[in-house]
Ligand binder design. Structure first.
Ligand code: IMP
Ligand code: MG
Length: 181
């Protein structure tokens, strides 16, 4: 799988170090509040697991399965695979995703949460933010790393469901993107 990457952007150790910093910041910000983390699946599975175990606050963990990407392109539409988790009213919600690209996904989930529930607050946390050259639908409150505008995989991020289990994040080669499946 390593052969399919043209560069490694963030190694395992650097990812874990940055996640520990984010966890500290979130822990400080949410002292004394009722936090519910909502992980967007499947991409944020690894990130959420590593982040949340470093936040020593009483908190609830929930998840929401959504998709907007097909292969290496955003379709611009967000598909919710199931209804919103129950009992979000009055909670401080922290939405967790793997990567902020166009912002379509985070914006759609945010809208829907605010329309269908009455949370005490809603913030967003992403491991990666892509440096794109047009305006985004939404920004994130907590960001792990800013990365170049390339298609990346690993540490939860996939290409046709592959590479999610890599412990590091890298840029996929053109050859791997265009290889027949
Ligand atoms: P957005 O809706 O355009 O912000 O894209 C966010 C979603 O698209 C993420 O949750 C990812 O699942 C997926 N995505 C965006 N960029 C990449 C990438 O470079 N590699 C893998 N998945 C990506
Ligand atoms: Mg994906």
């Amino acid at each position: 799988m390593l052969a399919d990457l043209q560069t490694i952007l963030h190694h395992e150790e650097a990812i874990q170090t940055r996640i520990a910093e984010l966890a500290q910041q979130i822990t400080r910000d949410y002292q004394g509040r009722e936090l519910t983390a909502i992980a967007l699946l499947n991409g944020s599975l690894l990130f959420a697991a590593d982040l949340l175990r470093r936040i020593p606050l009483p908190l609830h963990i929930d998840a929401l399965r959504v998709s907007s990407y097909h292969g290496d392109r955003s379709t611009g539409r967000v598909h919710f695979h199931h209804p919103l988790p129950p009992a979000l009213a009055g909670r401080h919600l922290l939405l967790i995703d793997d990567i902020l690209d166009t912002g379509t996904t985070l914006a759609a989930v945010r809208e829907r949460l605010l329309q269908e529930t009455t949370p005490a607050s809603l913030r967003t946390c992403v491991l990666l933010r892509k440096n794109i050259h047009h305006p985004r639908y939404v920004e994130a409150d907590y960001i792990g790393f800013d990365i170049p505008d390339a298609f990346v995989v690993g540490y939860g991020l996939d290409y046709h469901e592959n590479y999610r289990n890599l412990p590091y994040i890298g840029v996929l080669t053109e050859e791997a993107i265009h290889r027949p499946m």
